[in-house]
Design a protein around this ligand. Structure first.
Ligand code: URA
Length: 284
């Protein structure tokens, strides 16, 4: 429980604890240095501008009043790129990849997702490419960002146990990925722009690895690949993913394991989804 007294009336250790708590609530969960730094003062002194202050690299044509202005994307190494251009570059890079390894390299080399600048690792996929099962989750969290592999934290360990219950593992017969390849700051929900930029790579992953079924872990991958909202109602029903090039594959939305950690009573429904998945994979 947070103290309600103003910060300057709290004992020092209580004030420090309250401040840390507030940082965590705001999504600040990692220290980048031993002492706090005023980055605004620093950039003013060196004449450098931060990513967010940097002026546009290209002169943007002023949109007509009725024209919706495309969201700007701040890339890791250059100036801002309009979101629609970033999506086009992602589509080109994804289409050019002829196999799984080339796609992994293309994702790692891609500089136009704004999340990349704040992430330690590109988290692409883990498991056996070409497996008949592809699991797609939301986005890397802290553990995944540190290790560089999807689903390695608590939710990932639960996912591994769930898959094991139907004879599946990333070591033998399953490939695991996400709709986002870089950790959103503070594990916030990815934006529609971030999802749109990563989507061509996700669709290409589906095409190149040709699974028999895709398990969509949570509302974010279900929204990104099936265009649906409302995981509580949509889970457990098979639908087809259709990629931009017209490739189709059956997909089953299921609760995200992180949700199941918070709501263990819903594991009953997740179990029935897993059994439906196993049935489809076995081919009966
Ligand atoms: N949650 C996800 O959706 N993906 C991960 O890789 C880890 C946690």
């Amino acid at each position: 429980m947070l103290p309600c007294a103003p910060m300057n009336e709290l004992p020092r250790h209580e004030a420090a604890r309250a401040l840390l708590h507030w940082y965590a609530e705001m999504g600040v969960d990692e220290a980048v240095g031993a002492a706090p730094a005023d980055w605004f003062a620093l950039s003013a002194a060196t004449g450098q501008t931060s990513q967010l202050q940097r002026p546009a690299a290209r002169p943007a044509a002023k949109p007509a009043p009725s024209e919706p202005r495309p969201a700007a994307v701040f890339t890791a190494g250059s100036g801002p790129l309009p979101a629609d251009e970033a999506v086009i570059l992602a589509q080109r890079a994804a289409t050019a990849a002829a196999d799984f390894e080339a796609l992994a390299a293309a994702v790692a080399a891609f500089e136009h997702c704004p999340l990349k600048a704040g992430a330690r690792s590109t988290v692409f996929a883990d498991g056996v490419p070409g497996s008949d099962l592809l699991v797609i989750g939301e986005a890397p969290g802290r553990d995944e960002d540190l290790i560089g592999r999807p689903f390695v934290g608590r939710a990932g360990q639960l996912l591994d146990r769930m898959l094991a219950a139907i004879g599946r593992s990333r070591e033998t017969n399953t490939l695991i990925s996400n709709v986002i390849f870089w950790r959103p700051p503070g594990n916030r929900t990815p934006t529609q722009v971030e999802i749109a930029i990563c989507k061509p790579f996700v669709e290409r992953l589906i095409e190149l690895t040709a699974p028999k079924a895709v398990l969509l872990a949570g509302g974010a991958p279900m929204g990104a690949l099936l265009g649906l909202t409302g995981i509580m109602r949509a889970r457990g029903t098979w639908r087809d993913i259709e990629t931009q090039s017209g490739y189709r594959v059956p997909a089953l939305p299921m609760f995200h394991p992180a949700f199941l950690l918070r709501q263990p009573s819903e594991k009953r429904l997740a179990w029935s989804d897993l059994l439906a998945l196993e049935k489809r994979l076995i081919g009966s």
